[in-house]
Design a protein around this ligand. Sequence first.
Ligand SMILES: [Zn+2]
Length: 176
Amino acid sequence: MTFAHRLTYEIWQRHGLWGRLGWLALAVVAAQSAAQAALNLTQLGVPPALLAGALSAVACQRLVRQICAVCRQPAEPPAAQTLALHGVGPEQAARLQFFQGEGCAACNKVGYRGRRAIFEVLTVSPEVKDAIEAGLSAEELEAVAVGAGMVTLRERCLALVAEGATTFDELVRLKL
Ligand SMILES: [Zn+2]
């Protein structure tokens, strides 16, 4: 827990923001996923039932490096094992095209130029509320949220890979 997290929680508590109708409190926490960010609040000592009742949504953001449009070329697909590690099965991989930047003057030979933000928004639906109250793990909570329609950061990043906007290496780098 960082000082910033504890400070946020203490401010919320001091002002009685938890569960108070008509108040909207915003907090920024560092986490690997929206589900993990939600659960991090329980680790600050917020009782799960209180959190489930007071939380509206959690948005998680990452910045993905974009392939340089000047030197973009088709790339070899990553090893099947690497793909599988990131949840991409053989059938899905066969439908994907992979690209990379070769490196040129426009991108200072890096192969990437510019960044793009991807988001994952966990809305606290009745199913998600129940999952938080039941004390499920981050993975289980994410599965419930996906079942209720959440699009994960991994899926957003894979869509960018599929359209040639970024590389599979970026997905690996971001641990998605
Ligand atoms: Zn380039």
